[in-house]
Design a protein around this ligand. Structure first.
Ligand SMILES: Nc1ncnc2c1ncn2[C@@H]1O[C@H](COP(=O)(O)OP(=O)(O)O)[C@@H](O)[C@H]1O
Ligand SMILES: [Mg+2]
Length: 320
């Protein structure tokens, strides 16, 4: 099976939450305002759109385009409620940036109000806020990498320092069902550990994306969560995600890109695009999905550390 490179940016887009890339100082418009007042507010605050809020309830969204339209028609005295868009597409703060990107892109929205699980407005995301935040994240991750070089140097010798026929490092993570606040934590801990063990970045990125998707499936689709186990050896990484139900009816069907049984409320939160297992397959060298209705599900994935001659193995003495 051929695997594709996952770039740093792609990885960030998958694993960063909307919460991290939104602007929190949201300028809002009161329904009592006129379009003229909205225009002045937008110019003053240098923004190109704003949610219209009646107290805590979002009743619409108004953009610079609306303002320009009414300016042309000489209707700046009209109430904002006459010209705002009433059907507002929002995004949940725990969604991935990928979800925000595809909504901003495909649906042609220039901005998405961000809400928490109670539907309360907590921020706003635009292409601009996303780009700034992603650049900042990349900068931080670069600095962290520099700082961690020493630690990584120490840990990567484990496979040489410990003498045995086959050394293995086991990492285990318990993932709770429907716990969206902690979703993604196992994936990021695994990523950090693999970096310290000296696994090359291109493989760490593939593992990070695959584990993130596996973790999300435990969060979204299981009754009582599950366990992710990572077994790192000098030449390969084996990972399994195991849960006790409800299981999968048709393991061939669920591998199809776009197939999802995620309920409406999960989709409303920005998950359940049906791309998870397809992504895992794309990232891993080997993938096996075992399940049946009523029983649990077991996902096995494997990454080979020296299959491409790129020096992915952690055995530092054997340079390529
Ligand atoms: N651990 C699991 N337990 C039960 N069903 C699962 C599990 N993992 C995946 N599935 C099923 O496979 C489908 C496809 O999964 P995936 O490709 O990750 O897409 P999504 O999670 O967006 O629905 C899910 O909608 C669900 O029906
Ligand atoms: Mg999934």
């Amino acid at each position: 099976m051929t695997t594709q490179e996952i770039t740093k940016v792609q990885e960030l887009i998958y694993t960063t939450r909307v919460e991290t890339v939104m602007a929190t100082n949201v300028v809002v418009v009161d329904p009592s305002m006129t379009m003229g007042e909205v225009k002045r507010l937008m110019q003053e605050k240098r923004i190109s759109g704003a949610p219209v809020m009646r107290g805590d309830t979002m009743v619409g969204i108004v953009s610079m385009t609306d303002v320009l339209d009414v300016t042309e028609q000489g209707l700046l005295g009209d109430p904002v409620t006459r010209h705002m868009t009433r059907e507002v597409k929002t995004i949940l703060k725990d969604s991935s940036v990928l979800e925000a990107v595809s909504n901003l892109d495909r649906q042609g929205f220039a901005r998405l109000p961000v809400v928490d699980q109670n539907g309360r407005l907590v921020g706003i995301v635009t292409t601009g806020t996303m780009i700034r935040a992603l650049l900042r994240e990349m900068d931080i991750s670069f600095q962290k990498k520099e700082a961690e070089k020493l630690q990584s140097y120490r840990a990567r010798h484990i496979f040489q320092d410990i003498v045995s026929d086959d050394t293995s490092v086991i990492l285990r993570f318990v993932v709770a069902e429907k716990d969206f606040d902690n979703a993604g934590k196992a994936a990021s801990a695994i990523k950090k550990s693999l970096q310290r063990l000296g696994v090359i970045p291109s493989i760490v990125r593939r593992v990070a994306v695959a584990v993130y998707e596996a973790e999300m499936n435990l969060v979204i689709h299981t009754d009582v969560g599950g366990v992710i186990t990572v077994d790192v050896r000098s030449r390969r990484i084996k990972i399994n995600a195991v849960d006790h139900g409800p299981g999968i009816e048709d393991v061939v069907k669920v591998l199809q890109p776009g197939y999802s049984t995620a309920p409406e409320w999960i989709r409303d939160m920005g998950f359940g695009a049906g791309m998870g297992l397809a992504n895992i397959k794309r990232c891993a060298d080997v993938m096996k999905l075992l399940s049946g209705p009523g029983s649990g599900t077991r996902l096995d994935i494997e990454f080979l550390l020296d299959n491409d001659g790129s020096g992915g193995r952690m055995d530092a003495s054997k340079k390529t």
